[in-house]
Ligand binder design. Structure first.
Ligand code: NAI
Ligand code: 15L
Length: 269
């Protein structure tokens, strides 16, 4: 049966806030979780997945049909902080899902799992099975999450779609983002198919809109039923006029991870 009640972790964050508005249109009832209070949602569960303990995390997942796992540090940070939030936190969530029999997870992976992959030549597309080349401890934690998802499928039969999100923001704000932007509406479309497509086992897909300047292969996502409706191209002229074209001799622009490969942004707390 299609999932109805879905736990959304990281609900206070940028993507969580966008998806909280969009996913109910697909008929889901959301249970919200974050380590910070969630604006406008006094019933949200406020807990740190890494430290809350087995029973609290089990209670958080109990009775849901699926989990969308967005919670974690979303840019580079110290190894210790990434270890807690992204590695221990994701492990705690999967253990709780196993113990409570939750059959499906959608895991927010990232383009930074393959961040050191060179930007493809014009018209080329990076396949989903390209070797992983994390650009940060953050990207490395996403590789861990994908492998953890594979383990929980092979060992425990919990299905996951790992979505390597490009940049999910209301609009693209850089020339790089023209290639990897995922509009919020397309993000909701992709999460919906990731929740409902049958027999996914563990499937890894790239998550973006149907951008004219796309860098990667969307066919694994399309095979799940994803039909993106948006394209960043209407923003191209303005961004190119402001920032100029990508300089492929600049190591901070020549790889998919962009400036994460040279000067990654730092998690603020
Ligand atoms: P964000 O940083 O705005 O939100 C993440 C949320 O997770 C925050 O509200 C934070 O309080 C919560 N969180 C962190 N550690 C936690 C823990 N231990 N327990 C419970 N909650 C915790 O990030 P954003 O942009 O919303 O991204 C959501 C997810 O998608 C992240 O996993 C990020 O790595 C991934 N992603 C996002 C992209 C984007 O374009 N926004 C691109 C690629 C991946
Ligand atoms: C990510 O993984 C980050 O979570 C997000 O904040 C953006 O920086 C995005 O990648 C990106 O590469 O633009």
């Amino acid at each position: 049966p299609a999932p109805r009640t879905v736990l959304l972790t990281g609900a206070a964050g940028g993507v969580g806030t966008l998806m909280r508005d969009l996913l109910p249109e697909y008929g889901y009832t959301l249970r919200l979780l974050d380590m910070r209070p969630v604006d406008g949602a006094p019933d949200a569960l406020v807990l740190d997945l890494a430290t809350a303990g087995d029973e609290a995390v089990r209670a958080a997942v109990r009775g849901v049909d699926a989990i969308i796992h967005l919670a974690g540090i979303s840019v580079e940070s110290s190894f210790e902080k990434i270890l807690d939030a992204n590695i221990r936190g994701t492990h705690a969530l999967y253990e709780a899902a196993r113990a409570e029999g939750v059959p499906r997870v959608v895991f927010a992976s990232s383009n930074h799992a393959i961040g050191f992959t060179p930007v493809p030549e014009s018209g080329g597309l990076v396949p989903v099975d390209a070797p992983r080349r994390p650009d940060t401890f953050y990207g490395l934690s996403k590789c861990f999450g994908e492998d953890l998802a594979q383990l929980y499928w092979d060992l425990h039969g919990i299905e996951t779609v790992s979505v390597r999100i490009g940049s999910c923001f209301p609009r693209p704000t850089s020339v790089r983002m023209l290639s990897i932007w995922m509009s919020p509406a397309d993000g909701a479309r992709l999460l919906h198919v990731a929740l409902t497509a049958p027999d996914v086992g563990h499937t890894v897909v790239y998550g973006s809109s149907a951008n004219t300047r796309l860098w990667w292969d969307l066919s694994p996502a399309r095979a799940l039923g994803y039909a993106p409706q948006d394209d960043s191209e209407p923003y191209a002229a303005e961004l190119l006029a402001e920032q100029g074209p990508l300089d492929t001799t600049d190591p901070g622009q020549s790889r998919i991870g962009g400036h994460f490969c040279t000067e990654p942004p730092q998690w603020p707390y």
